[in-house]
Design a protein around this ligand. Structure first.
Ligand code: NAD
Length: 261
């Protein structure tokens, strides 16, 4: 059953090509399956080679080894989409990790750099690398995985919150920029969802009363954001027991705001 009262028409996706980073597991795997079910040719990109190849086989698609921290690796993944599938239309910039350190005595420069490189550089590099290929097809759409941690304070992992807020800002700003070229750019902001990233904390989260979102619900939201021509520059939250929708950034003062009296 659809999580949306009015499921989006995905027929335009059929026979197009999508690149999914972090596609070997969790939300990336679920989205690869959902895209394939909609008739999309999927290219799974990941550092996890065996798991990535298994997903590619499951969806009848392709696997490319890609560490999203490297701009060159992102360019090579896009080049593989073009050579294997003839072009690229949709991109899900999803690879991400929890940080594993804080900012106080528990700080680790290595873990900090790793998390920022995967969760933020990976999205920027992926968007840059794919931009030309989507433009060459006359347009397309990209979705980045931010998080609810990109919309609210998440003391559990402040560095994660910082890079996910950055992805939210990127989506809001880049949507209108790329939109002029027919390329929509949105972010998905899930709460706690079924995947390896929450495995260590899952039992405590459930004990604390959190419902865990099925990965398929996030995947359906991503497919909607890729397919819906009306959606651009938006950040859609996904929570248990309610329909995903764009977060409305209320009452943010604009740079030109002046007192009215
Ligand atoms: P996951 O651990 O199951 O999947 C993450 C995938 O990213 C793995 O396949 C991993 O191999 C890949 N990856 C890690 N580093 C990489 C790199 N350098 N280059 C390429 N691939 C790399 O976890 P998930 O929950 O499916 O994570 C997907 C995204 O969803 C992440 O961006 C995560 O921050 C975000 N997210 C997850 C949740 C949740 O509760 N599961 C909530 C909000 C946002």
């Amino acid at each position: 059953m659809s999580v949306f009262a009015e499921p989006v028409d995905t027929s335009d996706l059929r026979d197009n090509v999508a690149l999914v980073t972090g596609g070997a597991s969790g939300l990336g795997r679920a989205t690869s399956l959902a895209l394939a079910a909609a008739g999309v040719e999927v290219v799974v990109a990941d550092v996890a080679v065996d798991a990535g190849k298994a997903v590619a086989e499951e969806v009848g698609g392709h696997f490319v080894e890609c560490d999203v921290r490297s701009l060159e690796a992102n360019r090579a993944a896009v080049a593989s989409c073009v050579s294997l599938c003839g072009g690229l239309d949709y991109v899900y910039l999803n690879a991400g990790v929890a940080t594993g350190c804080g900012v106080g005595e528990d700080f680790s420069e290595e873990l900090y750099q790793r998390a920022m490189a995967i969760n933020l550089d990976g999205v920027v590099f992926g968007a840059h690398a794919a931009h030309g290929a989507l433009k060459a097809r006359g347009g397309g759409a990209m979705v980045a995985t931010a998080s609810l941690a990109g919309l609210l304070a998440m003391p559990l992992d402040p560095i994660y919150a910082a890079n996910k807020h950055a992805v939210v800002g990127l989506a809001r700003a880049l949507g209108p920029v790329f939109g002029g070229e027919g390329i929509r750019f949105n972010a998905v902001c899930p709460g706690f969802a079924e995947s390896a990233i929450i495995a260590d904390a899952r039992a405590d989260l459930v004990k604390a009363g959190f419902d865990i979102i099925p990965a398929e619900t996030v995947a359906e939201t991503v497919v909607r954001l890729l397919a819906d021509p009306r959606v651009n520059g938006e950040c859609w939250f996904v929570q248990p027991w309610r329909e995903p929708e764009p977060f409305r950034f209320r009452n943010v003062p604009g740079p030109g705001a002046r007192p009215t009296s």
